[in-house]
Design a protein around this ligand. Structure first.
Ligand code: C5P
Length: 401
């Protein structure tokens, strides 16, 4: 799942029957975090009401050059509107609107906005079978494509006329997908897949007790958020945590033990481009967890341990195209120890943080790191928020990877 957080989109609606789908389109774009302003052609009012669109967009809907209040006329500034937007999406685009766009016939606010816009333009045509196929219409589409406008395909199926074939408006979710791809294609990690482990693991002693650690998962989560913001498809494999995942704009798989984490990781690992092991995986687990709660009366138990799988070391061993980054939590600033870990686990880079540095390490919102990349020279960073640290780490990876 990808977001459109902070993106400003003008949705231009022209007068086709498919305009009835546009309130859903607005809603889906908004759900992804975009701000949406709607411009309707005058005839589109017959198919969808400005009131519906203003409610779902939470913005005033524009449709004429001058705001309708006769006593207080206001010019609807299409130039400012065109400059405001990151994307002008015209859906549905009728044959008439396509023709006006191709010929700069500025007879309504939508065409004027189109002609003034400096942002990318995306067009989703919708019309009946023969209208769509007509050479005059196809020529207009070619002309618009030659201006750099992105022309979306039409859907195939039942048309309003009763005919069946090409000409349907793409479904709103398909249009949103195209919009997301459009924004992502400009980003440095677009089309890249990123796998991140985060949080602690819990290793069962009995049904109520476990061996765990104080990792919060915050550093891994911040790395996942940053990778997402850079356009990557992100999979976060997360141990037990207290994070709020309700707005996570990427896939999260929650696991408990190291073995579960390993299984989840190696389902994804072969296909990813980057793998970051930020989880504090328990090194050992009880050899034979008890099926019942160990009673005090049974005396002080001795718990025999066995090693857990080393997920990072296995990534290092099995990597092909993947860039693998590990973390080294040291109890003192010992970058040589971290470098030895990088080599031992065959990681491409290692990030060291020291538990003894104030503000660095597990549960805090800040961290202080040393990055050791390909050249194996330690690069020290100052104490920063984990979000800022995530940016630094991704900058280093992209310089190296
Ligand atoms: O060996 P150590 O635990 O100090 O190494 C830390 C790095 O190795 C971290 O990146 C951690 O996520 C990873 N690790 C792992 N599986 C383990 C132990 C550590 O992936 N069982």
């Amino acid at each position: 799942m990808q977001s459109l957080r902070g993106k400003k989109i003008i949705l231009g609606i022209s007068a086709g029957i498919a305009a009835y789908k546009t309130p859903i389109l607005v809603r889906l774009l908004k759900q992804k975090g975009a701000q949406v302003r709607v411009v309707l052609t005058p005839d589109a009012h017959a198919f969808v009401t400005p009131l519906t669109l203003s409610v779902v967009s939470e913005e005033e809907v524009l449709s004429s050059f001058v705001a309708e209040d006769k006593d207080n006329p206001v010019w609807n500034d299409h130039v400012a509107l065109g400059l405001w937007a990151d994307l002008l999406l015209i859906a549905p685009a009728t044959a008439n609107t396509l023709s006006a766009m191709a010929q700069a016939k500025s007879n309504n606010l939508l065409i004027a906005t189109y002609l003034s816009a400096r942002c990318p333009i995306m067009v989703a045509p919708a019309m009946d079978l023969d209208m769509y196929a007509h050479p005059a219409n196809q020529k207009n589409l070619d002309t618009l494509a030659s201006y750099g406008n992105q022309i979306l395909p039409v859907g195939e199926g039942a048309l309003a006329s009763g005919l069946v074939g090409k000409g349907r408006l793409l479904e709103p979710d398909q249009i949103v997908e195209r919009v997301i791809v459009h924004f992502n294609s400009a980003l440095p990690l677009s089309r890249k897949k990123v796998l991140i482990t985060a949080g602690p693991t819990y290793e069962k002693i009995d049904p109520v007790r476990y061996i765990g650690n104080f990792s919060s998962g915050k550093m891994g989560y911040a790395l996942a958020e940053e990778a997402h913001a850079l356009g990557a498809e992100v999979y976060l494999i997360l141990g037990p945590h207290a994070l709020d995942l309700s707005n996570a704009p990427f896939a999260v798989e929650e696991v408990v033990s190291a073995t579960e984490m390993e299984t989840a990781v190696f389902k994804k690992f072969p296909t990813v481009d980057f793998a970051i092991a930020a989880a504090a995986v328990a090194d050992f687990k009880p050899l034979a967890p008890k099926p019942h709660k160990i009673k005090k009366e049974e005396g002080i138990p001795s718990i025999e341990l066995q090693p857990n799988p080393d997920i990072l070391a296995r990534m290092g061993k099995e990597k092909k195209q993947q860039f693998v980054l590990g973390f080294a939590l040291e109890t003192q600033d010992n970058w040589k120890e971290a470098l030895a870990k990088k080599r031992r686990k065959k990681a491409d880079a290692i990030v060291m943080n020291s538990l003894t540095d104030p503000g660095a390490g597990f549960a805090s919102d800040t961290n202080k790191i040393t990055y050791i990349g390909e050249n194996e020279k330690p690069k020290r960073f100052s104490l920063k928020s984990k979000n800022e640290v995530a940016k630094d780490i991704w900058n280093e990876i992209m310089d190296q990877g």
